[in-house]
Write a protein that binds this ligand. Structure first.
Ligand SMILES: [Zn+2]
Length: 359
């Protein structure tokens, strides 16, 4: 079985001076934790926030990529880049954890198909079309509905991504954007980190109709571990905790990662968040169960969102605890073949399929 996490925001932590060779405190992911969690392959996302203009986002994505390159190449005894399902298997045989590259928010493309091709050459293998705001590609679930789905450039980009073999990730997209991708993409589409709206009403979660549409097209929905998306109850607990007002401590840490006081202040908020009653392994398994029930065993996987979420699920505070989830699935009657599909098999099937369609 190959264990693959389709989404973490670890490059953002690299530019906040985390050394991934060490087992770090207040970290959800580093190389020792990936090893301890039995992870064979992980997509590290180049995340750019919406407030950056496209040219700034482009420069920042390249900075994240440079730092990711450095930390992977300097730790070649632990990890290696992979760009295909085959390379994941080769690395596993060598005892190396595969790092794959995703891009979260297509803003760094600056409205240019040539930039998509340039990022492909640098190793990017999926693009999450948008983040928490409409961009020049499409509408976000957190946006105002600027385009009614994909923009004219978005449609052009979808066709170009199909030709290139670049995976189309609809996490963060508006429902209308997902419907457009289902209509216009010739290849299967994915969500690298989304939960089910039938179980928790957050707009970031996918309704059953779209989960079924993704499955019918041969794609996969990778369940997110963020407590706010797992449970409406936790969203209320968080809102009532008053901690959201203290989250600007993270912005100060991001602005000054070398400042011990800024780091300590953010760690303190994270400790307070972890003290809240949180959903955990059972709720993650509930979302997996739901996708299986409505769309089948071939349509689901895991996309932790670790290093991008300020509070992790209960019992699964870091990626090192991932085997607990597979234990929960076993106790619910999933056999080893089914667990292998959820753990990474389904995602790798889609990766192979989309890449073999390259022309
Ligand atoms: Zn995200």
């Amino acid at each position: 079985m190959i264990v693959l996490d389709s989404h973490c925001d670890s490059p953002s932590q690299m530019v906040r001076l985390r050394d991934f060779r060490r087992d770090n405190d207040h970290a959800q992911v580093d190389f020792p934790k990936l090893k301890a969690g039995g992870v064979d392959a992980s997509f590290f996302a180049l995340f750019t926030p919406n407030r950056l203009a496209p040219a700034e986002a482009h420069a920042y994505a390249l900075r994240l990529l440079d730092e990711l390159d450095r930390q992977v190449w300097e730790n070649g005894d632990l990890v290696a880049f992979a760009h295909s399902a085959e390379e994941v298997e080769i690395n596993k045989q060598k005892g190396l954890i595969s790092i794959l590259i995703g891009m979260e928010n297509g803003s760094p493309l600056m409205g240019s198909v040539a930039e998509m091709e340039a990022f492909w050459k640098r190793g990017v293998r999926y693009i999450t079309l948008c983040h928490n705001g409409d961009n020049d590609i499409c509408d976000s679930c957190a946006g105002e509905g600027r385009w009614g789905g994909l923009s004219p450039f978005g449609r052009e980009l979808v066709a170009a991504m199909n030709r290139q073999g670049m995976l189309i990730d609809i996490a963060h997209a508006a429902d209308a954007t997902v419907r457009d991708c289902l209509e216009y993409s010739e290849a299967p589409i994915i969500s690298t980190h989304s939960c089910c709206r039938a179980l928790a009403s957050h707009r970031r979660n996918l309704p059953d109709e779209l989960i079924r549409g993704i499955a019918e097209k041969g794609g996969v929905v990778q369940v997110n571990f963020y407590p706010v998306f797992l449970s409406d109850e936790f969203a209320r607990v968080l809102a009532d905790s008053g901690l959201e007002e203290r989250m600007d401590a993270e912005d100060r840490f991001i602005a000054n990662p070398a400042d011990p006081a800024a780091r300590a202040a953010w760690n303190e908020v994270q400790d307070a968040l972890i003290a809240l009653p949180r959903p955990g392994v059972r709720e993650i398994a509930d979302h997996i169960d739901h996708v299986v029930r409505i769309a089948g065993i071939d349509a689901v996987g895991i996309g932790t969102d670790f290093d991008g979420i300020e509070v992790p699920p209960s019992g699964l505070e870091t990626v090192a605890r991932l085997p607990l989830l597979f234990g929960e699935l076993r106790s619910r009657g999933y056999d080893e073949a089914a667990i292998a599909k959820i753990a990474g098999g389904n995602f790798l099937r889609v990766l192979r399929k989309v890449q073999e369609k390259r022309c």
